[in-house]
Every structure is written in structure tokens, then in C-alpha cells.
Design a protein around this ligand. Structure first.
Ligand code: SF4
Ligand code: SF4
Length: 162
């Protein structure tokens, strides 16, 4: 079974175990975990092709900043104001986000229409590399429900350190 299938078949027990583990991580200041996460991120993304998944693009509207808007608008040959009218809404936290899920830039083969100009939030998701794993510890539990890679990174990390 491939990693995406294993993730689809995850159980309530997996969720409970991840919840406990992430709560422990959120209190940890052990920077070595960031390096371990980087290695596991590389390892897991060798085995998962995002083009077979695209779940983040289907269900999580990315946050945008003004630079993201300008870059994506330029890429599409639009004025930033027009880009905002067509593709942006303000969410309940008053953040600018893409206005639809699945994302309007997600193509039928799971490629991103604006890949070279995609928002920073899309470039950084799922926040498990760049030595920022601990900084985003509290996101890893919800993300393990949305992203098979996060699920497997947590699983492998548990195996290494427990
Ligand atoms: S949810 Fe995770 S594995 Fe799936 S496309 Fe997004 S980053 Fe890749
Ligand atoms: S902009 Fe591209 S990478 Fe970001 S959510 Fe949309 S399709 Fe996915």
C-alpha cells in the first residue's frame, strides 16, 4: 500500500496517538527535532508525489499577502485589484484568502496554474521543513488529517524518538 492509501486508512487510534505526540512536541525546545523533521520531510516526499494528492489545494484556502497578490496578478496579466475581485475573499480572521475550495488555480491533473507565482503559504505548506517544524507544532495535528506527508512524518518521528 502506498503512503497516501495508508493515510486514507488511518484510524481513530492514529489520531489519538498523534494528538498526544503533538502536545508533547508543542512543549519541546529540542532544536534537534527540527533537523530530524527536515530529514523525515525529505524522506517522505521522496515517497509521496503531491500530484497524486493535491488535498491541500482542494480543501485549504491559502492565506495571501499583498506581495502574493501582486506576483500572481502579474503572472496572469491582471491588475492586482482585478485579481482580488476575482479570486480573493476576507476570512473570519480578517485574512485575505483564495475565495474557493478547491482552489480555482488547481488544474484537472493536480498541477497549479500559477505554480511559479503561487502564494508563500502554498510554498511553505506543510511547514515540516526549513527548521520550522517546532514553531508550527500545533498545526501538525490538523494538518495530519489533511496531508498524508504530515501524517507519515509524525509517524516516523514517533518511531525514532519513542
Ligand atoms: S496535502 Fe500534503 S502530500 Fe498532499 S499535495 Fe498537499 S503537501 Fe502534498
Ligand atoms: S495557488 Fe496553486 S498551490 Fe496554492 S492552493 Fe491554489 S492550486 Fe494549490
Amino acid at each position: 500500500m502506498d503512503l497516501i492509501e495508508i493515510w486514507k486508512n488511518r484510524t481513530k487510534e492514529d489520531y489519538t496517538a498523534n494528538k498526544k505526540f503533538v502536545a508533547k512536541l508543542a512543549k519541546s525546545k529540542d532544536k534537534k527535532l527540527n533537523a530530524l523533521a527536515n530529514d523525515l520531510h525529505e524522506e517522505v516526499f521522496e515517497e509521496i508525489d503531491c500530484l497524486d494528492c493535491a488535498n491541500c489545494c482542494k480543501i485549504i484556502p491559502p492565506i495571501l499577502n499583498e506581495t502574493d497578490v501582486k506576483r500572481a496578478a502579474k503572472f496572469l496579466g491582471l491588475k492586482p485589484t482585478v485579481f482580488k475581485e476575482r479570486y480573493v475573499r476576507i476570512d473570519e480572521d480578517q485574512d485575505m484568502v483564495i475565495n474557493n475550495s478547491p482552489c480555482p488555480f488547481l488544474e484537472s491533473d493536480n498541477k497549479c496554474e500559477i505554480y511559479e507565482a503561487r502564494p508563500k503559504a502554498c510554498r511553505e505548506y506543510p511547514h515540516t521543513d526549513n527548521y520550522e517544524f517546532l514553531k508550527h507544532a500545533r498545526l501538525h495535528l490538523p494538518n495530519s488529517e489533511h496531508c498524508p506527508a504530515v501524517f507519515h512524518i509524525l509517524k516516523r518521528m514517533k518511531d525514532v524518538i519513542s
